[in-house]
Design a protein around this ligand. Structure first.
Ligand code: ASP
Length: 719
């Protein structure tokens, strides 16, 4: 027995001695808080998160769909990453006003640009409701669990939202082994205030993305507006700058190697609890397939963007989305290979099996593992096909999605009433289609189709096949795209306008003609076939897999918890508010190579002189750096640009404030190093580093490079 206890302890410590691993829930900090204190945190729990007093959380938002932003003045000024603001910067850009290339700075409030659809969401409260949910689920039969759970979570959220008069939801954490209520407030008038040119905000482009050493000024500036009660309001010229409860003081005192740092934001998704079968599926099957698709996709987009300024602007945002994950997955693959992550997982599982034996749970444990393993095998075909569909239809040629969106309304046509309901839908779709054409090029789309379609077909087991009886794929694509209504925006928009007047049930002569043309059109017919395949085959099977997987994982995680005892654990990222902490530090990721944690302006000039177009800079930046015009932001004749730390971050943490032990803003998180991209599945604290732009570079760009020093007057700057 004694021997057992010793080995048990050894196993536990070796599992949980990973320094700085974890994305902590700020409302329930326990052991992590003590460790933060021991590492240099100067704040109390209440100062980090409180529902009674102002705390750091009141200065942090979910920016748009999936990034983080933070308040930096008491007049609604907000920082996020350049890559997070990219869609909105691009939205306002044209060949004439090329804000992507030249940057944009509002020199007064009137010049700030409204960003339709952009939101900023604050967290009001994040409360553990696990006990209530588990109680509510007691005795519910397996077959009814999913539906009952859904109802229960929404009933709790509904009750709390009504009481607190705000938005919110209840979400399961770590495969529904814990539950949190999250109450939120969303502001909908968010305006663009400033963006550096891409040669600063995207310096290094795809060459440097996910790579250290890094020299990117990855920030942009927005402002939240509110009504005269400081409450959310739709855009109106009468709105006033929002007054946040907290804004971050900006420290220009700098950081040294070893200093405590924390990153507070909304990490999107990690999967650190996956079993070896889950890691193997992701690593050996899913990622290689996605990388292949994206390679083909990017070849076309990159060539188009090089061919003209117009296409460069149109495809800038789409390119970034496709390229970002493409490169990340490659880094992830390298890291998982290098550390033999599947083997590590298997060894971990073998150790847990030993522990399970101590409480006679080994059969339960190994049965769960083999059921999960079998599930991945049984559903391999559908999982991989669904992922291929996402690559092809959601990230590839855009014509299909446009037609599918249109068709969805068409199908609803019979149910929607003519008048407000119908016209509202069609009006909305007309705007969607106009926005689509702003950034669409038929020739590029066709080439994306040609590049990706054969590969996609292979995953559909013959269900989807693009075939012309006589022509090659290229020649057929020429014909199909040319003949489609999408080819001519006037025709496509004309069709929508015509259907706005009629419903699909009662059609006038003009609409009848459009309907006839549509039903004979190859791409439209294929768009519908794709949609049917997705809705009738992929979605139901994928849902089935997810339900079964999550149910098994729920049992698996509960069992681990039981064996592990009360030790504080972290929950996988799921786009909720988290705090992660570490130190300013470099790493030695490869034998014979060490990364120092800081970069300076000199590195920008050095990279620029290589001639790689990703390192092109404009004359002004070059002149200022060469002449060392660093103002008060320089340190011993250098300009700090970026730094790395051992904070455990992921996508969604983009734009998160990087803070020192006093909760002062020392920079903005934007990336991870190449060797760290594996951290979504496997975190290694020796290697994994997040990348932040230094506060001094951000303010130097605003003040000295852009001459927008008036913005600094609003900020609280600690020198
Ligand atoms: N650069 C990342 C992103 O695109 C941030 C990260 O994953 O570390 O969201």
């Amino acid at each position: 027995m004694k021997k057992h206890t010793l080995s048990f302890l050894f196993i536990l410590t070796s599992f949980y001695s990973f320094a700085f691993e974890g994305m902590w829930i700020p409302s329930v900090l326990n052991a992590a808080f003590d460790d933060m204190k021991a590492n240099g945190l100067k704040l109390s729990k209440e100062e980090i998160y409180s529902i009674n007093n102002t705390s750091l959380k009141d200065g942090i938002v979910i920016f748009g769909g999936g990034c983080t932003g933070e308040m930096v003045s008491n007049e609604g000024l907000m920082f996020t990453n350049h890559h997070c603001g990219f869609d909105n910067i691009q939205y306002h850009s044209s060949v004439k006003n090329d804000y992507l290339k030249n940057g944009f700075w509002a020199m007064n409030r009137e010049q700030e640009l409204a960003c339709p659809g952009l939101t900023a969401t604050f967290v009001i409260e994040m409360r553990d409701v696990t006990d209530e949910v588990l109680l509510g689920m007691e005795g519910v039969e397996e077959k009814d669990r999913a539906a009952k759970m859904k109802d229960l979570l929404s009933a709790i959220a509904k009750r709390e939202k009504a009481e607190k008069k705000c938005d919110g939801f209840v979400r399961g954490f770590n495969y529904n082994t814990q539950f949190f209520l999250v109450l939120t407030k969303t502001y909908t008038d968010v305006r663009l205030v400033g963006a550096p040119p891409s040669c600063i905000g995207k310096f290094g482009g795809d060459t440097d993305n996910w790579v250290w050493p890094r020299h990117t000024g990855d920030f942009s500036v927005f402002r939240i507006y509110a009504n005269d009660k400081n409450e959310p309001a739709e855009y109106s010229a009468a709105n006033k700058p929002f007054k946040p409860a907290h804004h971050f003081p900006i420290s220009l005192k700098g950081v040294k190697e070893g200093d405590f740092t924390m990153v507070y934001g909304f990490p999107g998704r990690t999967e650190h609890l996956l079993t070896s079968a889950g890691v193997a599926y992701n690593h050996e099957q899913l990622a290689p397939m996605r990388i292949d698709f994206r390679e083909k996709n990017l070849e076309v987009i990159n060539a188009a963007m090089k061919s003209s300024d117009e296409l460069r602007i149109k495809y800038a945002s789409k390119q970034s989305n496709v390229a970002n994950a493409y490169k990340k997955w490659q880094g992830q693959e390298l890291g998982l290979n290098k550390f033999n992550a599947i083997q590590l997982k298997k060894e971990e599982e073998a150790k847990w099996l030993e522990i399970a034996k101590l409480s006679n749970k080994e059969l339960e444990y190994s049965n769960l593992l083999s059921s999960i393993d079998k599930l991945y095998k049984d559903y391999y075909g559908v999982n991989i096909a669904a992922a291929a569909y996402a690559e092809f239809v959601f990230n590839g040629p855009e014509v299909f999605q446009l037609y599918q969106d249109f068709n969805e309304i068409r199908v609803q046509g019979g149910q929607l009433k003519k008048g407000n309901q119908w016209e509202g839908k069609m009006k909305e779709f007309l705007e969607t289609a106009k926005a689509f054409y702003k950034d669409y090029d038929l020739e590029t789309d066709k080439k994306r189709f040609v590049a990706m379609s054969s590969m996609f077909e292979q995953f559909t087991k013959g269900v989807i096949h693009f075939e012309h009886p006589k022509l090659s794929r290229e020649a057929a694509a020429d014909l199909w795209f040319k003949q489609s209504m999408v080819a001519d925006s006037a025709v496509f928009l004309g069709m929508i306008r015509s259907f706005s007047k009629d419903t699909f049930v009662k059609m006038s002569g003009k609409s009848k003609k459009y309907a006839k043309r549509l039903s004979a059109e190859y791409l439209y017919v294929q768009a519908i076939a794709l949609n049917d395949y997705y809705n009738n085959t992929l979605v139901p099977s994928k849902r089935e897999f997810n339900t079964k997987h999550d149910q098994l994982m729920e049992k698996y995680v509960f069992l681990l918890e039981e064996m592990r005892g009360k030790k504080e654990k972290w929950c996988d990222a799921n786009s909720t508010l988290r705090l992660t902490y570490g130190r300013v530090e470099g790493s030695a990721p490869v034998d014979g190579m060490a990364y120092t944690p800081f970069t300076t302006g000199q590195g920008i000039l050095d990279k620029n002189s290589t001639g790689n177009p990703d390192f092109e800079i404009n004359d002004r930046l070059k002149m200022l750096l060469q002449n060392k015009e660093f103002g008060s932001y320089g340190v011993n004749g250098t300009l700090p640009v970026c730094f790395t730390g051992s904070n455990h971050t992921t996508g969604g943490n983009s734009g998160s404030p990087a803070l020192n032990g006093n909760g002062e803003w020392i920079g903005i998180n934007f990336d991870r190093t190449w060797e760290s991209t594996m951290s979504d599945l496997y975190f290694n604290s020796e290697i994994c580093r997040n990348v932040m732009t230094d506060a001094r570079y951000v303010l130097w760009v605003i003040d000295i490079y852009a001459g927008a020093g008036h913005l600094l007057n609003e900020m609280t700057i600690l020198r």
